[in-house]
Design a protein. Structure first.
Length: 214
């Protein structure tokens, strides 16, 4: 399935740990529903029964449980199931899909963060998704140390949150590099600000880039 066949719109939220993606997805979903827009919110890894089972494998256990290549294979397996079971059917039905993480997270985490060559990740993405890509990606950016501190306040840390700070710094730079490479798709949002200011900028980006009232 190619992106041109989608009747709906696919909006992804990216960024490091503690960037506030979940909060901002909920706020955007509320704003769109107030306009009677049909919305689906979902996440990666996860978003379908099979992918949620893989999520548990990826987020739990010791930091050294998987190497970068194994993580990438698991992530892409989860993504394929998520696309087939959840995302593509919703888009065909004309819904707007808001997704917490997608392929950019694999490039940033397993590529920049864990050292898997980008050409291998690109091959895996083509296997799982073909030419499919988001219509809009919102990159919530803040310093890695601040993001990890926010994440720690949520409670028990996931396997990724327990990885070293320098890995999180690398993946932050990975997200910013993706945004520079694909400016027509990506908008970088300063996530150091208060929730309302971030939401306002996201709404403006959705209106400007996708011509969706919210």
């Amino acid at each position: 399935m190619g992106q041109a066949l989608s009747q709906g719109r696919f909006i992804t939220f990216e960024g490091g740990e503690g960037a506030g993606k979940t909060t901002q997805i909920e706020l955007l979903a509320q704003a769109l529903r107030q306009r009677n827009v049909d919305i689906l919110t979902t996440r990666e890894p996860g978003g379908s029964p099979g992918a949620e089972a893989i999520r548990e494998l990826l987020l739990s256990g010791a930091v050294e449980r998987w190497d970068g290549e194994t993580e990438a294979l698991l992530m892409v397996a989860a993504r394929r199931d998520h696309l087939v079971a959840t995302i593509w059917p919703a888009l065909k039905a004309g819904r707007i899909v808001l997704c917490d993480r997608f392929a950019d997270s694999t490039e940033a985490y397993q590529g920049r963060g864990r050292g898997v060559p980008q050409e291998r990740l690109a091959e895996l993405h083509r296997l799982a998704a073909g030419a499919f890509a988001p219509d809009l990606t919102l990159v919530l950016d803040l310093p890695a140390e601040e993001g990890l501190a926010r994440a720690a306040r949520r409670g028990a840390a996931t396997r990724f949150e327990r990885m070293p700070l320098d890995m999180h710094e690398r993946l932050r730079q990975g997200f910013l590099a993706i945004a520079r490479r694909e400016p027509d798709r990506c908008v970088v949002i300063d996530a150091r600000r208060d929730i309302a200011a971030i939401h306002a900028e996201i709404v403006a980006a959705v209106r400007e880039r996708l011509k969706i009232a919210c």
